[in-house]
Design a protein around this ligand. Structure first.
Ligand code: URA
Length: 202
């Protein structure tokens, strides 16, 4: 099976298992994720907003435009990375997702990461960060890479502020842009670490 068909199966499973029926009922689309299933970097946001719900794609509204800008200025292409959310349906009126909604979708996010096997997971906002780095405070650790074990893989988490929160907040915006610009170097170091680890275990 290809990686893409494995990801497609996640969509089928969420629908057939009737995950989060209260959100599903109000949503137009299930928003699984978008981008390169062979990506070295996966971005994980919170939940789809209005535009995302309408189009069935993550980060296509105002926050998505800002994300695209930051990708471009950091010499990354949107088609080279993979973008998803912890919660796959839009919460009504863009309210924060409830803990039980995040919890029920978490195993599906883990499956996505098992399939893609990224080097870096960049969390956008605290809702996705708290699952990878429990008890961490985003204001204290934003932009600082943390290597963690995740199922069968080790992955570097880069906690970032959420682009929607930073969009209209001058200082947070600058902080997010600075943190974002560190990603290519963090990736380079992650690749070097993996290369050394490979030599040591061969
Ligand atoms: N905000 C998110 O967290 N995710 C999206 O897909 C869009 C906005």
């Amino acid at each position: 099976m290809s990686k893409q068909s494995d990801i497609d199966q996640i969509r089928v499973d969420i629908l057939t298992q009737n995950i989060c029926p209260e959100l599903a009922e109000q949503a137009t689309n299930l928003v699984i994720g978008d981008g390169n299933v062979n990506a070295e970097i996966v971005f994980v946001g919170e939940a789809p907003g209005k535009s995302e719900d309408e189009q069935g794609l993550p980060f296509v509204g105002a926050a998505g435009k800002f994300l695209n800008e930051m990708l471009e200025t950091s010499n990354m292409q949107r088609q080279d990375v993979y973008i998803t959310n912890i919660v796959k349906y839009r919460p009504p009126n863009n309210r924060d997702p409830f803990p039980e909604e995040k919890e029920v979708f978490w195993p599906f996010l883990l499956r996505q990461l098992e399939i893609i096997q990224p080097k870096i997971v960049a969390t956008l906002g605290r809702h996705s960060m708290e699952y990878f780095l429990p008890n961490a405070k985003i204001s204290e650790i934003h932009g600082q890479p943390k290597r963690i074990n995740l199922g069968s893989q080790t992955v570097v988490i880069v906690p970032l502020f959420h682009p929607a929160a930073a969009l209209y907040n001058g200082s947070m915006r600058e902080t997010l842009m600075n943190d974002f610009a560190k990603i290519p170097n963090i990736l380079k170091r992650a690749n070097e670490y993996d290369a050394v680890l490979k030599i040591m275990t061969e």
